[in-house]
Design a protein around this ligand. Sequence first.
Ligand code: FES
Length: 129
Amino acid sequence: MNRREFLRLRPTKPSPASPAYPIVREAGSPRQYAPGSLVWVQSARAWLGCDEIGFFAIAADCPEGGCMVQYTGGGYICVCRKRRCDAVGYPLDAADEASLRYVEVNLDSGGNLIIHLDRTVSPQDRFIA
Ligand code: FES
């Protein structure tokens, strides 16, 4: 048996489950989003959402210790000690824990959405494009 035949017989790893949200490298044009959409923006390490009012972004850093929070389809969970937040980022397990951080969304000079992780905003703030 040669190397090629051996590699063909080797068991392959199962592919990871699809995430519960689409992934984009950059946020891009606001025209590509419909109300109700939520995408993971790789370059910003944040979720970009669009509702009937406008755009919002939620930073992926857990407020407890900075681990990356995962979106589960109906809320968020921190991989560290399984701290859970609901779909709008409020803690589910202890009311005195911090909510996920909403950050500013606006447009760059090319008309593309940008997410400012360094600018915290109110969860009610929306960017209207
Ligand atoms: S960093 Fe999220 S619970 Fe520890």
